[in-house]
Design a protein around this ligand. Structure first.
Ligand code: DX5
Ligand code: ZN
Length: 220
């Protein structure tokens, strides 16, 4: 099975966005991870539609958009318009999650659901068959550069078991504090996609860092 590296644009240099986008285009990265924060669901505000459109103009890879916002239903069509390929909403922000997921798919995007660190895997039992992706938060959402929560390994294993039991096609993505120190254990636990923000962009050679991470998860 393919494994995916998704550098988080939250850690890019916003004054040199095009440079950082080209770096990802020319790297072994698979997806652009785009973190949208509204200052309500999470304390921080990141960026919105105009910035995502600008990224899309240059990005040559999948746009993996992670919504950390309340009431995401209001913006599903807008995120499609600005170029999202995968649209992930938070379980904790969606009282009518089934409807939200169907709407994302109806608009022609892959549908993802994200769980905060305290939210158990079991809440996905009745929706897992409809999902293309589950995003396990390995930090509390809202900020880059936080340290990885160790309980994540157990959650990834539990989710892998649920996916197999339900014969779901959902990919497992892990987001927050991912480095070369935990990525192999996450792979072993059953993860498919790995978001890395500061570990990539704060490194001396981001292109090489991405290649190393990709190598660690694809047995190169
Ligand atoms: C956190 C975001 C993450 C973040 C990851 O709320 O969802 O995608 O950018 O950044 P690092 O890899 O620095 O933890
Ligand atoms: Zn994210």
């Amino acid at each position: 099975m393919n494994k995916f590296i998704a550098p988080s644009m939250l850690a890019a240099d916003f004054a040199n966005l095009q440079r950082d986008i080209e770096m990802i285009n020319n790297s072994k990265a698979d997806w652009f991870h785009i973190d949208v924060m509204d200052g309500m669901f999470v304390p921080n505000i990141s960026f919105g539609m105009p910035v995502i459109s600008a990224i899309k103009k240059h990005a040559k890879k999948i746009m993996d958009v992670h919504l950390m916002i309340v009431d995401p239903d209001r913006y599903i069509a807008d995120f499609k318009k600005v170029g999202a390929d995968i649209l992930t909403v938070h379980y904790e922000a969606c009282p009518h999650l089934h409807r939200t997921v169907q709407e994302i798919k109806r608009q022609g995007m892959k549908a993802g659901v994200s769980l905060n660190p305290h939210t158990p895997i079991a809440v996905l039992e009745d929706i897992i068959a409809d999902l293309d992706l589950v995003l396990i938060m390995s930090v509390n959402p809202g900020f880059g550069g936080q340290s990885f929560i160790e309980n994540t390994y157990k959650k990834v294993q539990q989710l892998r078991a649920l996916i197999e039991f339900s014969e779901s096609d959902a990919l497992i993505e892990v987001d927050g504090g991912v480095t070369d120190q935990n990525i192999e254990q996450l792979l072993e636990a059953g993860a498919d996609a790995f978001v890395a923000g500061s570990f990539v962009f704060k490194s001396e050679n981001p292109t090489e860092t991405i290649a190393n991470l990709k190598g660690l998860v694809s047995g190169i």
